[in-house]
Design a protein around this ligand. Sequence first.
Ligand code: SF4
Ligand code: ZN
Ligand code: ZN
Length: 305
Amino acid sequence: MKCRTCGQKALVNMRQHKLALCKEHYLEWIPDQTERFIEKYKMFTRTEKILVAVSGGKDSLSLWDILQRQGYQADGLYICLGIDAGLNYSSESQRLTEKFAARRNLKLHIVDVQKEYGATIPQFAQKSRRGRGKPCSVCGLVKRHVMNRIARDFGYDVLATGHNLDDEAAILFGNTLSWAGEYLLRQGPVLPETPGLARKVKPLCRIYEREMLAYVLLHGIEYIYYECPFSAGSTSIYYKQLLNKLESDRPGAKLSFYLSFLEARKSGLFAERQEIQAELHPCPNCGQPTSAPGLCSFCRMMSQQ
Ligand code: SF4
Ligand code: ZN
Ligand code: ZN
C-alpha cells in the first residue's frame, strides 16, 4: 500500500476514506482535516479565545496539539474528578496533562472538584439521589457546570471538546433509539452561544477514533490509555461495539450515519430549537442558564449534600 501523496510506503490505511498515507503525510492530514471542519462549521476564528476541555486522553490532548499547531489561541482546562480507586485514573491523567502543557508552554486551568466543591465525584454520587452508585450522571453535571463557569469567568468565546466520530455516532445512536428529541436538537459540531454560555464546539467530530489513536501514537504524545473505571459496561461502549461491527462490514457507515443526521437537521427536521432556548432562565444561585424551575440541577445537587 502506497501513500497517496508521495508514493512512499503507507503506514495508515483508511478503508472508510479509500485513502492510505505515510507517517509524514498522515500527521499533516489530520490537522488539515480538522481545520477544514473548523471552517466548514464556522466553529471559531484565530482571534477568538478557546478553552479546550482536556482529560489527559488521546482525543483531547490531540485536539489541543492540533489547535496549537494551527495557530489558534487555545488554553486548557483540566477537571480533577477525584476518581483514584484502582489505577489512579485522575492523578495519572492530571500528571500527563500537566506534563503536556508544561512542555509546550501552554496555559492550563486546573479545577479540583474536591477542593472547590467539597467532595470527589464518587463521594457526590454516593450521597446524591442522582448518582445511585453510578457516578456518570453526577460527573457529567459537575463537568458541564465547571466548564461553563471557567469559560464565563475567564472570558473565553468558545469551549472545545475532543469528541470524535465514534463518540458522536454512539451518542446519536442512543438518542435515536429513544427518539430523544431535545438531545437530538442539541447534538452537532457547534452549539451556538446563548446569554451566559459560551459556544460549544467539537472539532474532531468527523474523525474516527482509530484515526485519532494513530495520530497520538505517531506523534508520540503521552496520554492516559486506560478508561475511567466507571465507564466499564456503559451503554455508550456497547453502542460503539455495535457500530464497530457495522463499520467493519460497511466501511464508512459510521460517518454516513452522522453526516446524514447533520443533513436532516439542516433541512429543518428538528426545527423547534428556538422554543427550547426561550425556556432558559439564569439559576438564582450560580447564574448559569437552566431550564429547571428554580435552582439549576448542579446547585440542587449541591444543596442536597
Ligand atoms: Fe465521569 Fe463516568 Fe466519564 Fe468516569 S466514565 S469520567 S465517571 S462520566
Ligand atoms: Zn507520503
Ligand atoms: Zn446553579
